[in-house]
Design a protein around this ligand. Structure first.
Ligand code: MLT
Length: 396
């Protein structure tokens, strides 16, 4: 039997599965302890009434012969793609319906899209959302990293004229919470056009940007239609982490429309589309009432981010993010690795976070906190985290 040997180059388990397994083992050993998660960015607010209403109506359609739906259009139903076109038009970005592909979430497409390029040279930021790295390892691609750190506010910029086939950018960033400005994104677009690269732009956290001067789509940048694919998701903005729906934009200017045609060919062969019920629910999230309700949920999470930011600031713990993004990126106490800090917090505070090194070498010494939690639990967790961190720092 001949297996894909690239899998042997992966870490033994995916970062978040590894953390979940450690937390499960800890809870089994300490069943009475109150463990609060500020770890994986999984939403906690339930689906909103506008979404549920559409979901129920769609379920009723499925119960009657006249309105029942079987296989849908692979690219997504028009009613949803029209909603996505309107969503972009509000930002001044004009898309055509056929440039949009509805899928089961940004993560799947961000990985599957590498298929269209064959063996590639790929540039990833470091720290980086681990799925980008792992899918490219699986594909046997040559990976280079652009280092993020305090020096560049965790926003690596293009260097020199090196040629890559694919450049991944996530803004607002998972895990650091950094958001590229228009000028910074323009520099990446110019670089990609000059060197013949395609940008994979992950906009999954666009709904969390409050500052109107910051771009929430790469297509707000001139020239991006010629060099960028954009991936977005209902997961975080509409609570769809368990429902599964997202979309990918492939402009017709990109490789003269070839990538759009190839992706359509790929999807029609390997994907049967997102279910009718879920697409109706997603369309509900993009309607006027749905948008209003989801904005309230985003505000709820961002209040958590503010509570954490204020507690860390009062304790003089260095951190960034959490303003136009649901993630806070903090520094571990002096001399501690991010896994040591993970263990300290779990054991002494009953708090789970994500060790920075899980996002790459340049994440060592940092720790990610998520705002996607229940407000009371988040407040409790950050108080305990600060107490344990201060106590540790005073002793060392
Ligand atoms: C995270 O915690 O980084 C995200 O929840 C992962 C994801 O969206 O797949």
């Amino acid at each position: 039997m001949r297996l894909n040997e690239n899998y042997a180059r992966l870490n033994e388990s995916y970062l978040f599965s590894n953390i979940a397994a450690r937390v499960r083992a800890y809870k089994e050993a300490h069943p009475k302890e109150d463990v609060v998660s500020l770890g994986i960015g999984d939403v906690t607010r339930p689906l909103t009434p506008a979404v549920i209403c559409e979901m129920q109506a769609a379920a009723h359609d499925m119960a009657a012969e006249e309105t029942f739906r079987g296989y849908g259009p692979e690219q997504g139903y028009s009613f949803l793609r029209e909603g996505i076109v309107r969503h972009y038009a509000k930002k001044g970005v004009l898309l055509k319906e056929d440039e949009i592909f509805v899928g089961d979430g940004a993560k799947s497409d961000l990985g599957n899209m590498t298929e269209l390029f064959g063996r590639s040279r790929v540039l990833l930021p470091d720290p980086v959302y681990p799925a980008y790295r792992d899918v490219n390892v699986m594909a046997g691609n040559r990976i280079a990293f652009a280092a993020g750190g305090k020096r560049n506010a965790f926003k690596p910029m293009p260097q020199g004229e090196r040629r890559y086939d694919i450049i991944y950018i996530c803004s607002p960033n998972n895990p650091t919470g950094a958001v590229y400005t228009r000028e910074e994104l323009k520099a990446w677009v110019d670089y990609a056009r000059a060197t013949g690269a395609v940008i994979f732009f992950d906009a999954a956290y666009e709904a969390f940007v409050k500052n109107g001067d910051l771009p929430t789509s790469i297509y707000e940048i001139e020239g991006a239609r010629e060099c960028a694919v954009e991936f977005c998701s209902f997961s975080k903005s509409a609570g769809f982490t368990g429902v599964r729906c997202g979309w990918t934009v492939l402009p017709f200017e990109l490789a003269g429309g070839e990538l759009n045609r190839m992706w359509l060919r790929r999807q029609t062969t390997k994907f049967n589309g997102v279910s009718y019920v879920v697409q109706r629910a997603a369309a509900g999230a993009l309607g006027k009432q749905g948008e209003y309700e989801n904005r309230k949920n985003v505000e709820y999470y961002m209040t958590n981010a503010r509570v954490m930011h204020e507690a860390l600031t009062a304790a003089r713990i260095w951190h960034t993010g959490g303003v136009d993004s649901p993630y806070i990126w903090m520094q571990c106490p002096r001399g501690m690795t991010s896994w040591e800090y993970f263990d300290l917090l779990l054991e002494k505070a009953g708090v789970v976070g994500t060790p920075g090194v899980g996002f790459g070498r340049h994440g060592e010494g940092y720790f990610r906190l998520t705002a996607f939690g229940n407000a009371q639990k988040t407040a409790r967790a950050i108080t305990r985290l600060v107490e344990v961190t201060e106590e540790f720092s005073s002793r060392n």
